[in-house]
Design a protein around this ligand. Structure first.
Ligand SMILES: [Zn+2]
Length: 429
């Protein structure tokens, strides 16, 4: 396959790059965690699954069906496919070398940042050894094939305590390990986002940005998956989470769909959110009352205060997206998009992933709206193995979005100036 000249892949998960053939190779080993996948499958689809038997019978068609994610679904069903990779992986040094070599072979971009999340069960010592081993493998591959550069982005666990010790471990490794210093360029937060408001990360994000200013040679970009899956709240709250993440200094926002999905997509749907989330939304609207009203978004302070009183019972709130609410939502999203644009944050848009995991039509996808609003956007392939895509195919898919050649070129140029090393202040364009 032809490589695009100097193309940049800025949103890809390393183990999400694996193909079925890679999985079959990995499955030949012993002591794999079949039950991890079996349980995930049963809880998602309500049907029993026996991975060990599929492998013993070499039923590759069934394995492919359990793995590849080619139709629209949701985050949970996607995660079940990813759990197959987890069940078959060991995440040790030998495996990293093998996988990095294979992924680099298939890499169509000249420069790619790969994200990696390790098991929440690891202690600090094991986590640290895995980071070092992975950085070493990426370093070796980048040196042997300088035309296909690879970099490491460590995805931290979303709970605050883990995120803190993992970040601190990375800062120590940067001082003690040359491969980590060269390869590690950013921290990311991925997997389930529901239940983890960005505001809870304010202190950690401020510290990361402060560390970056103090020591630019070790600066790490701040990447954050947000607004991709928001089953637990209103679309407005989900858009607000994206806005808040950008205001907290996040350099690149993963997906940020809630910010710009066509509001009509939600017409006739009913959502629910916790009283805590609704209160946060009310406070936000009151705080930005003036700017929102200037854009034509009605903020009735008296009614909102009355609603606050009612919310003290802690009951969740039901939200019906009727025509009026949908019209209001559009203005609210426009307001949030303006805030994100002004913050300078870059949106990582992964078309195939968004259409399938987000279950969106091209018409409802926010990309054109993002560009119209003047936002900085880069294109990524997310999990090219599971999604059976690559960066070239993602760019070809953009033609179906009705983007002009100039807009597509603009996306490529945005990627060139939005690598983690540039955004964090470590490198100069
Ligand atoms: Zn992702």
């Amino acid at each position: 396959m032809l490589r695009r000249p100097m193309s940049f892949e800025l949103h890809a998960h390393l183990y999400g790059c694996l193909t079925l053939r890679d999985l079959v190779c990995m499955a030949g080993r012993e002591n794999l965690r079949y039950d991890f996948f079996n349980q995930s499958y049963e809880s998602t689809y309500g049907q029993r699954m026996d991975l060990e038997q599929i492998l013993a019978e070499k039923d590759w068609l069934k394995l492919a069906r359990s793995y590849y994610f080619l139709r629209s679904g949701n985050f949970r069903s996607f995660q079940t496919g990813f759990d197959l990779v987890i069940a078959l992986s060991r995440s040790d040094a030998a495996e990293f070398q093998e996988i990095v070599r294979k992924v680099q072979d298939r890499q169509t971009a000249s420069f790619a940042e790969y994200r990696q999340l390790f098991s929440p069960l690891l202690d600090r010592h094991s986590w640290s050894s895995k980071v070092t081993a992975l950085a070493g493998a990426l370093d070796e591959s980048s040196r042997s094939h300088p035309e296909k550069q690879m970099r490491l982005v460590m995805s931290l666990l979303r709970d605050d305590r883990s995120a803190l010790w993992q970040y601190e471990t990375l800062k120590e490794l940067q001082k003690s390990n040359e491969s980590v210093q060269r390869m590690l360029v950013a921290v990311d937060f991925c997997a389930t986002e529901e239940g983890f408001p960005p505001g809870d990360k304010a202190e950690l994000f401020a510290r990361i940005l402060q560390d970056n200013r103090q020591n630019p040679a070790h600066a790490l970009a701040l990447l954050y998956h947000v607004g991709e899956s928001f089953t637990d709240k209103s679309v407005e709250s989900a858009a607000r989470w994206v806005y808040e993440s950008a205001c907290l200094g996040v350099h690149r926002l993963g997906h940020a769909l809630a910010l710009g999905i066509a509001p009509e997509h939600f017409q006739g749907t009913v959502r629910q959110e916790t009283a805590r989330e609704r209160l946060a939304q009310i406070d936000f609207e009151c705080h930005h009352q003036e700017s929102l009203q200037e854009m034509g978004y009605e903020v009735n302070i008296r009614a909102l205060h009355a609603e606050k009183e009612l919310l003290s019972n802690g009951e969740p709130v039901r939200i019906v997206y009727d025509e009026t609410r949908v019209e209001k939502l559009k203005i609210f999203q426009d307001f949030c998009m303006k805030g994100v644009r002004d913050s300078g944050a870059v949106i990582e848009c992964c078309p195939s992933s968004n259409l399938r995991i987000g279950s969106l039509s091209i018409a409802a996808h926010p990309l054109r709206r993002f560009l119209y609003a003047g936002l900085s956007v880069v294109i990524g392939s997310d999990d090219p193995g599971i999604l059976r895509t690559d960066l070239n195919r993602e760019f070809r898919l953009l033609q179906k979005f009705g983007l002009t050649a100039a807009q597509i070129q603009g996306l490529e140029e945005c990627a060139r100036r939005s690598t983690s090393e540039i955004l964090s202040g470590r490198a100069v364009l």
